[in-house]
Design a protein around this ligand. Structure first.
Ligand SMILES: C[S@@+](CC[C@H](N)C(=O)[O-])C[C@H]1O[C@@H](n2cnc3c(N)ncnc32)[C@H](O)[C@@H]1O
Length: 257
């Protein structure tokens, strides 16, 4: 049912109360979240199944939720979005952590709510979501015992934020069904066919490693994925076109014993 003009205004107000949005998401009736990245423009590179009916999907590092709600739109039966419990919970460099410790407590609480909690929730309410839920925990703490296993585990543009991406991949491997798959995208500015990782700890202070595509493939193989499919490269741009990030996407299939 289309929204009334009052409902549209109320939704716009709710969206505008949130200072920081990651994703630009179409909420219908001309309302859009004012995020930096319109991921709808890049969907083809991810090779998600058009029909996800019946699937359980884990979205690790879900942010403001574009992908989780896209999986629901494609019919997934259950989507679990994983997000850090707070802004402070990022793997910050010690220097950045010292800076954060000095930040005003109210501002810290607002950032936590806006960036980590409310955006995802507002999008879900606006889209009438019923099958998406969220778990607040770092990638290091996801496991099949608590969460079960998934047909698709997705990690978009987040492995560079974790100090130990190999442990992160192992945790995600544990959450894949034997016939499931991990779909992963990384920032991949390193242009070489060698399996190279570069330390980038100074960039944003919560980016640690940039891997070449060959490096990610090799790590995936070492973490018990024996087939890599749908290798794609594209340049992610923010909505202003000023930020450009070479990106690598692939699907990894668990080793069949
Ligand atoms: C660059 S955003 C990517 C958002 C989305 N996946 C996409 O591809 O558009 C990275 C997200 O990963 C989350 N993140 C960072 N470190 C994490 C960790 N250790 N465990 C879980 N999530 C993490 C961040 O809070 C953020 O929401």
């Amino acid at each position: 049912m289309p929204r009334t003009p009052e409902e549209i205004r109320a939704l716009e107000d709710r969206v505008n109360q949130i200072e920081s949005w990651y994703h630009r998401i179409d909420l219908g009736d001309g309302v859009e979240t004012p995020g930096h990245f319109r991921m709808a423009d890049y969907l083809d590179y991810y090779h998600f199944p058009a029909d996800m009916s019946g699937m359980r999907v884990l979205d690790v590092g879900a942010s403001t939720g574009y992908f989780a709600y896209e999986f629901e739109r494609r019919g997934a039966a259950e989507i679990v979005g994983i997000e850090l419990p707070s802004w402070e919970a990022h793997d910050w460099t010690p220097r950045k952590r010292r800076e954060l410790d000095h930040k005003d407590a109210d501002k810290r609480a607002k950032d936590n709510r806006d960036v980590m909690i409310d955006g995802f929730m507002v999008v879900g309410e606006a889209l009438g979501s019923t099958r998406v839920k969220r778990e607040f925990r770092p990638i290091y703490e996801i496991n099949s015992q608590d969460l079960g296993t998934f047909d698709i585990v997705f990690s978009g543009a987040m492995l560079m934020h974790v100090r130990d991406p190999i442990l992160g991949i192992q945790r995600m491997r544990d959450c894949c069904k034997p016939d499931g798959r991990l779909i992963v995208s990384i920032s991949a500015a390193i242009d070489t066919d060698e399996p190279v990782a570069k330390f980038v700890g100074e960039w944003n202070e919560c980016n640690w490693w940039q891997m070449s595509p060959k490096c990610l493939d090799t790590v995936l193989e070492c973490c018990d994925f024996d087939r890599i499919e749908h290798r794609e490269r594209y340049t992610l741009e923010d909505v202003t076109g000023q930020f450009k990030d070479p990106t690598y996407v692939c699907h990894a299939l668990p080793r069949q014993d």
